[in-house]
Design a protein around this ligand. Structure first.
Ligand code: GDP
Ligand code: MG
Length: 369
């Protein structure tokens, strides 16, 4: 992709240059049709046009990404990763809490406190991962950075309130990201709840319930009274089964940063989602422009673990800095190479911000005349 311009990309995507430019402007980037695209931007743009591109860049050539590359026979089913979205007060937090306490805590006396912004639940020995963090803003930020972490969106709509602005917004996000939607019609315990009204309102904006002949799964639930939650989990498994989610636990870990913070006692702490491979204590990881050695791993229940496989949220200690949500991470064999890539990325980022500033100045100059 070195040297690929906006126009080149449009040609490759068989899209109109002006359509690609529109997306670029919508994302707030300043470019012309002759601007050169970096790998992240090209990948992000291609996704918007429904294409998965394999962008080969300098950094990919020097990291042995292909090491332990997945042979089809090595790939195993992985757990689906879910983001809960919906209008404020429709019950997202209550739903996440109820799922956590019913499906996780029942086996552990004393319950569990939340450790990281993501956790796994189990239904009939099958795992489902819920992300707490990506609300609408985080979801958009991650997507803009080219990160795809969610396999399905659970859209919470309160049955006593119906479709509201953030309901529509969530649908738009999910559609743009090409992530399937399951609707949880919530608060059915309330006397004034009207699930049919919710179904009707959703049908008017393009989501027709399966029970009405459409293809959107809708499950009436009460997050508060913990009604029908197992049915919701079953539907998540069913819908994602079609997606045939696979990963290869034998390869080096890779995934996405969900959160980063600086902890007084522990130093930089990152919550990451391992999406492929297995991450071990002692691995060297490259996260954005940061290189570090994994000093400790903590799972969603705050337990120290030695290693974690695909579709696992985990807290990573030992990084040399605080990473940004949406950053990708890779476990790498070669520390020197990892450092080289980190430096390369830093230079690229610098060049980018300089370029952006240059663009703005030109525009300002233009506007003055
Ligand atoms: P969020 O803004 O989407 O995270 O919504 P919350 O989970 O904070 O819920 C908003 C309010 O609705 C709280 O007072 C909850 O107790 C209440 N609530 C959530 N789910 C239910 C439900 O299933 N039934 C009833 N009756 N109330 C609910
Ligand atoms: Mg909430």
């Amino acid at each position: 992709a070195e040297g690929m311009t906006v126009k080149d990309l449009a040609d490759k995507l068989e899209a109109k240059v002006k359509d690609v430019m529109r997306v670029i402007l919508e994302q707030g980037m300043r470019m012309t049709i002759n601007s050169t695209l970096d790998a992240d931007t090209a990948t992000m743009l291609a996704r918007q046009f429904g294409a998965e591109v394999e962008v080969r860049s300098f950094e990919e050539e020097i990291v042995e990404f292909e090491e332990g590359v997945s042979r089809p026979e090595d790939r195993e089913t992985r757990a689906p990763v879910v983001t809960v979205m919906g209008h404020v007060d429709h019950g997202k937090t209550t739903l996440l809490d109820s799922l956590r306490t019913t499906r996780v805590a029942e086996r552990e006396a004393g319950g569990i406190t939340q450790h990281i912004g993501a956790y796994a639940v189990e239904l009939n020995d099958r795992k489902i991962v819920f992300l707490d963090t990506p609300g609408h803003a985080a979801f958009t930020t991650m997507r803009a950075r080219g990160a795809k972490v969610t396999d399905v969106v659970v859209l919470v709509v309160a049955a006593d309130d119906g479709v509201m602005p953030q309901t529509r917004e969530a649908i738009d996000h999910a559609k743009a990201a090409k992530v399937p939607i399951i609707v949880a019609i919530n608060k059915i315990d309330k006397p004034d709840s009207n699930p049919e009204r919710v179904m009707r309102e959703l049908s008017e904006i393009g989501l027709l319930a399966e029970s009405w002949g459409g293809d959107t799964v809708m499950v009436p639930v009460s997050a508060k009274a913990k009604q029908n939650l197992d049915q919701l989990l079953e539907m998540i498994l069913l819908v994602t089964e079609i997606g045939d989610l696979k990963a290869n636990a034998a390869r080096n870990a890779s995934g996405t940063v969900l959160e980063g913070k600086l902890d007084r006692g522990r130093g930089p702490v990152a919550t990451v989602l391992v999406q492929d491979g297995t991450l071990h204590v002692g691995d060297t990881v490259l996260v954005g422009t940061i290189v570090g050695k994994v000093r400790a791993l903590q799972d969603d229940r705050g337990r120290s673990v030695r290693e974690v496989g695909p579709s696992t949220p985990v807290e990573v200690l030992g990084l040399g800095g605080v990473p940004t949500p949406g950053d990708t991470f890779q476990a790498v064999e070669d520390v020197a190479k990892a450092r080289q890539i980190a430096m390369f990325r830093e230079e690229q980022a610098k060049a980018k911000s300089l370029g952006a500033r240059g663009g703005r100045m030109t525009l300002e100059t233009l506007q003055k005349h």
